[in-house]
Write a protein that binds this ligand. Structure first.
Ligand code: ZN
Ligand code: ZN
Length: 314
């Protein structure tokens, strides 16, 4: 299974459509519902924008979206001004070595050793080159090379995800990866035309910002509808990314707000705390959120916000 909860998102989208249609006398304006594909590979939003989302269809005054969160208890919403999610870039590093017999390493250039050197050297970009109070992540999620115990391979391929909260850091991380990979090649005596290649994929997104005024307004709506205790005020810990960024400021002139809806029953957190099985994360084969609570709160929150933003008095 894909296990990210996108079925909750689509069901809540349809639920919101139902709720808004049933209350047509309570609001005025145009509601655009976007069923965006490929959020996971962060490619869908950009493709929809390139395809004329804001020119072929009504361009909104505000944009809103949410993601279900396995890290947040059911019944809770997580919403804050400013940075809502990080930038993400997928990077491939291809190391071309020279194959040889494993017993005669001097006859080759070992791409596994060079790949390992690159991976270890990459760790210093975050720890030594980025200011300590600026967040960043470089994760090597895949490293493939070789066939057999006694053969030096001629190629190694690494796949990385790179995260940051601002464009300046993002550029520094990508530049650092390129510099380290190519110079590890030089260090190992590879000729200039055979240095490791660093490819940044089109599957990428800038950081996603919540507009301050819109966030305040929507937060006020949630507080009035569900009470202040609905907010889970835990600060961000990881550097998740969302391509919703392409739909909102500063990448368009549409103010946006992105929030999370709690998906895990409190009892599951209590069980983990008591030494029981941990709460499974998104994309874990054990991912399990409470469907009814998730869809209900997602739908109610979206409907309450939409009714306020489309209120007849505005
Ligand atoms: Zn996901
Ligand atoms: Zn997702």
């Amino acid at each position: 299974m894909h296990a990210c909860g996108h079925d909750v998102h689509i069901t809540s989208l349809i639920g919101t459509a139902h709720q808004m249609a049933a209350r047509k006398d309570q609001w005025a304006g145009t509601l655009v519902l976007i069923a965006q594909p490929a959020e996971e590979r962060i490619g869908g939003a950009k493709l929809m924008m390139d395809d004329g989302l804001y020119t072929r269809f009504p361009k909104p005054d505000y944009a809103m979206a949410f993601h279900i969160s396995a890290d947040t208890p059911t019944g809770q919403l997580s919403i804050g001004e400013g940075i809502a999610s990080s930038s993400s870039d997928s990077v491939d590093i291809i190391v071309h070595g020279v194959g040889a017999h494993g017993a005669s390493p001097h006859r080759g250039k070992d791409p596994i050793v060079m790949g390992a050197e690159i991976i270890m050297a990459l760790q210093t970009i975050i720890s030594r080159e980025i200011a300590p109070l600026k967040p960043g992540v470089i994760t090597v999620g895949s490293f493939h090379s070789g066939f057999k115990h006694n053969i030096i391979s001629d190629k190694a391929v690494m796949q990385l995800t790179v995260r940051s909260d601002d464009e300046d850091t993002r550029a520094k991380l990508l530049e650092g990866i390129k510099r380290i990979a190519t110079n590890v090649g030089r260090m190992n005596g590879l000729p200039e035309d055979k240095l490791p290649k660093v490819l940044v994929s089109h599957e990428s997104t800038p950081a996603n910002y919540n507009d301050a005024a819109l966030t305040k307004r929507v937060k006020g709506v949630f507080a009035a509808r569900f009470g202040e205790e609905v907010f889970d005020n835990k600060p961000r810990e990881g550097m998740g990314a969302e391509d919703f960024a392409y739909l909102v400021e500063p990448n368009t002139d549409v103010p946006g707000v992105y929030f999370s809806v709690g998906g895990t029953p409190q009892a599951d957190f209590d069980r983990e705390k008591a030494g029981g099985a941990p709460v499974p994360s998104h994309h874990s084969p054990f991912f399990k959120i409470a469907p009814r609570e998730s869809v209900t709160l997602g739908t109610e929150a979206m409907t309450a916000a939409a009714l306020d933003l489309l209120s007849k008095n505005d």
